[in-house]
Design a binder for this molecule. Structure first.
Ligand code: MG
Length: 218
């Protein structure tokens, strides 16, 4: 079983379901030529997709185009169903940084056929995840910055004020469909700058000033 850790404490949460938003930053929607959805586009990764700092991403043999997407990750500390936006942040245990590793070639074929994305998004090692800073350490989740360097070169650099759906609304919306439980994780979408990773790459992701994550591509 995979666990989520809160930085600076012994608190751990067994990771439950991982719910992910797609298309939550306008510039990223443009770079992939997608339409802007009215409701958040949701998909899931299994908990078995999680790896941590120091671990290795393994690209499945059925893909030749694996992309990085750096994202703000939310860890639920309290569960709930149809959580009101005004109470949403009180349900969080912490904030972290994640990589939503995506087999873009496979996803492209699935999209064309109208098929689900899981084999492009939920394969083993597709969800590198940092430790989480306690939610109390973040006054405003829409004032955070995400960065990703690959082999020391900046690839993604975005701020959470550019989200289409803010964190409060995401939690409220997701919990109106899926009952949330402690240990569930929500990935909130990627800012612009996604691109290919290759064998041997070293990925350093940062929720600036709060959490870091370093993985390599096998
Ligand atoms: Mg994503």
């Amino acid at each position: 079983m995979k666990t989520a850790r809160i930085t600076g404490s012994d608190t751990q949460y067994p990771i439950g379901k991982i719910i992910c938003l797609a298309r939550n930053y306008v510039e990223h929607i443009r770079e992939l030529g997608n339409d802007t959805p009215e409701q958040p586009v949701l998909f899931m990764k299994p908990s078995t997709s999680v790896i941590g700092s120091g671990d290795c991403i393994v690209i499945p043999s059925y893909s030749t185009e694996c992309h990085h997407e750096v994202e703000l990750a939310l860890l639920m500390g309290r569960g709930g169903k149809a959580i009101p936006e005004g109470e949403a942040l009180e349900h969080l245990a912490g904030y972290g940084v994640a990589l939503d590793m995506t087999l873009r070639d496979v996803q492209g074929e699935l999209k064309k056929k109208g098929l689900p994305w899981e084999i492009a998004k939920g394969f083993d090692t597709s969800c590198p995840l940092s430790e989480f800073v306690p939610a109390e350490a973040v006054a405003d989740p829409q004032a955070l910055r995400l960065r990703l360097e690959i082999n020391g070169q900046l690839r993604q650099d975005g701020t959470t004020d550019l989200m289409i759906h803010p964190v409060r609304r995401i939690i409220s919306h997701v919990s109106s469909i899926f009952t949330l439980e402690p240990g569930d994780v929500i990935l909130t979408g990627t800012p612009a700058g996604v691109g290919v990773v290759r064998s041997g790459d070293r990925l350093q992701a940062e929720l600036v000033g709060l959490a870091t994550l370093e993985v390599t591509v096998g």
